[in-house]
Design a binder for this molecule. Structure first.
Ligand code: IMP
Ligand code: MG
Length: 180
């Protein structure tokens, strides 16, 4: 059975659409690139997006440093638990740095707000944000991203790094769970 025929998954954004948009985002970021950029990738959901984005940035002429932070708010369900937990920190010192946070989905906004506040508090000069997906209908705190890949509705999505209970991260497209 092919992944696309998986009865629980409906394709929302195709592999080709993602590739085109990632190139577009990299062009926008490279154009606005401040000196000495540090990308902070929020794990785990954005690892596939970040891998494609940093290679697209390289093609666009940007050579950022990259570090990783693990934040979680979902546990194993399909609804946010509401508290953001930091379980792996970056190793770089952000004092005086221009930082770009890269994450998978902006939903309630709590994860991005927690990450942005933490990096600003530690002395980053600027903290910009790049999100693959925006579920703006579910926003609960006031925060918007500087760079957005796609706006989506209130569906639980999987694939391209996004998981349902740690599965489906390897799908090459972004899909929705049928019935969600
Ligand atoms: P927020 O803190 O409510 O904005 O949630 C953002 C985080 O929740 C994202 O970084 C994702 O890890 C996770 N998340 C939100 N919606 C989905 C989804 O539809 N599929 C998989 N993970 C999601
Ligand atoms: Mg996440």
């Amino acid at each position: 059975m092919t992944a696309a025929a998986d009865p629980v998954v409906e394709v929302l954004i195709s592999e080709a659409e993602i590739a085109e948009r990632v190139t577009g985002l990299a062009t926008e970021i490279a154009r606005s690139e401040p000196e000495d950029l540090l990308i902070v990738v929020i794990l785990k959901g954005s690892f596939v997006f970040a891998a494609d984005l940093i290679r697209a940035l390289d093609r666009a002429g940007a050579k950022p440093q990259v570090d990783f932070m693990t934040l979680s708010s979902y546990g194993e369900g399909t609804r946010s638990k509401g508290t953001v937990t930091l379980s792996r920190d970056i190793s770089e010192d952000v004092t005086g740095r221009n930082v770009l946070i890269v994450d998978d989905i902006l939903e309630s906004g709590r994860t991005l707000l927690a990450a942005r506040d933490l990096l600003s508090m530690r002395g980053a000069v600027s903290v910009k944000t790049c999100l693959l997906l925006d579920k703006s209908a579910n926003r609960e705190v006031a925060i918007e991203a500087d760079f957005i890949g796609f706006e989506i509705g209130d569906r639980f999505v999987i694939g391209y790094g996004l998981d349902l209970a740690h599965r489906y991260r390897g799908l090459p497209y972004i899909g929705a769970v049928r019935g969600d």
